[in-house]
Write a protein that binds this ligand. Structure first.
Ligand code: ADP
Ligand code: ASP
Ligand code: MG
Length: 410
């Protein structure tokens, strides 16, 4: 008998019929003698609907009150799932984040989980009940409802699994595991039986939304056994996130390709090349709470240099207007940018021991006439920034070039 935390995403609870389907799946695990804690998202489209509704009232919704509104999506699904379980003869009890309690900081819209009280849930489990917890939400130190950021139910599930020391955290979604890239973009993408924790962290942070990055970080910190599976298929082992590299296995050099459309590039040209200039350019951007991603500064020539970086697309106009002020202040020649760019990244722990991976990437893109605007690398990834209109083509040709469409022996 094991203690399992299962999370069902928006599509998996998108209708009454699908909620009944989730109840039947949970019942199967209960029938095998396991204790089950279920975390659910809002029904698909609901969080977007609530955000849009809030924006009809207030263009820039008050962060505290926006959380009050958008946390309601998950409150509906926990109640409905509890009813569905009761309907098929199981005992179940639903909890909102504040009832558990899932304690967070007070950063509305991107709150971090600080502590979880597992006491009441354990009592329910001991009494044979299925515990159902609203994903995505918690309670701040001041008692206000908080939310954890888009896709945050994944993090709720992993955090609960860590608090309960569960045997496994299963993320059920609309694909049957983690793929070599988003199967919606590349139909030839293959499911990975396993992916290392480090690779999953990179994939998630570089744009693969199959798992929220913080959920993977949590899994790493508390060594939660984490698996991604389909909520629509009865069989299948999904993808297991592993913490050790299996030496005996032939490691693919590139495990997967991630991409992110949420990028905008800003160039500051003719910048005086002197100490402190990076701080003078990026300091005001950081002060405005804008996260900077890729950064490139060229070697100076005749006392001047060019400086480029990327910001989230939604912050592009704000960043551009900050930079126009900075331009006057530092005496740069020009500020320009482009918000129709996308970042593509190849990820794999095998890169540590193989050279030539980056050059294969550059050659493949060159053969398609795709211009690379910025490059950044780390030990296990190479990212390039390209014109957004080439995104899908670039991902497809890279997927092929690295042999990701080929079946590797299990
Ligand atoms: P849920 O609502 O269940 O949380 P999400 O939409 O957040 O589901 O995440 C699942 C989606 O992630 C898939 O439908 C798929 O399009 C997308 N995705 C992106 N990259 C990958 C990948 N490498 N492997 C699998 N799915 C991916
Ligand atoms: N309902 C939230 C969202 O749409 C949280 C989640 O689904 O994980 O982002
Ligand atoms: Mg999700």
């Amino acid at each position: 008998m094991a203690l399992i935390v299962q999370k069902y995403g928006g599509t998996s609870v998108g209708s009454a019929e699908r909620i009944k389907n989730v109840a039947r799946r949970v019942a199967k695990w209960k029938a095998q003698g396991h204790d089950v804690v279920v975390v659910v998202s809002a029904m698909s489209g609901e969080t977007n609907r609530l955000i849009a509704l809030a924006k009809e009232i207030q263009a820039e919704p008050d962060p505290r009150e926006l959380d009050v509104v958008i946390a309601t999506g998950e409150q509906v699904t926990i109640g409905l799932l509890a009813m569905a379980l009761k309907e098929i003869g199981l005992d179940a009890k639903s909890y909102c984040g504040w009832q558990v309690k899932v304690e967070t900081d007070s950063a509305h819209g991107k709150a971090r989980i600080a502590a979880i009280d597992d006491g009441p849930m354990r009592e329910d489990l001991a009494a044979g009940r299925v515990v159902i917890v609203a994903g995505f939400q918690g309670i701040g130190a001041d008692g206000a409802v908080t939310t954890l950021g888009r896709g945050g139910s994944d993090t709720s599930a992993v955090a609960l699994a860590a608090a309960l020391k569960a045997d496994e955290c299963q993320i059920y979604t609309d694909v049957d595991g983690v793929y070599t890239t988003d199967p919606r973009v590349v139909p030839e993408a293959r499911r990975l039986k396993t992916i290392t924790f480090e690779e999953m962290i990179e994939m998630a942070s570089l744009g693969s939304k199959v798992l929220q990055i913080r959920s993977v970080e949590f899994a790493g910190k508390y060594k939660v056994r984490l698996r991604v599976l389909s909520s629509f298929e009865d069989e299948g082992e999904g993808t297991l996130i592993t913490f050790e590299e299996d030496e005996s296995m032939e490691q693919a050099v590139v495990a997967g390709i991630a991409f992110d459309r949420n990028e905008a590039r800003i160039n500051v040209k003719g910048v005086p090349d002197r100490p402190g200039i990076a701080y003078q350019i990026l300091g005001p951007v950081a002060d405005a709470n804008i996260e900077v991603d890729m950064i490139i500064q060229n070697v100076g020539d005749h006392g001047a240099t060019d400086f480029s970086f990327t910001v989230p697309r939604g912050e592009y106009n704000k960043a551009l207007s900050i930079l126009r002020d900075v331009q006057t202040h530092i005496g740069a020649a020009k500020v320009e940018g482009d918000d129709k760019v996308a970042k593509i990244s190849i990820v794999g722990v095998g890169m540590r021991s193989h050279c030539g991976v980056a050059s294969t990437m550059f050659r493949t893109l060159a053969e398609e006439g795709i211009n690379i605007q910025l490059i950044s690398t780390s030990e296990i990834k190479v990212s390039v920034l390209v014109d957004e209109k080439y995104l899908e083509l670039a991902v497809r040709v890279l997927h092929k070039a690295f042999g990701l469409d080929q079946k590797i022996s299990d």
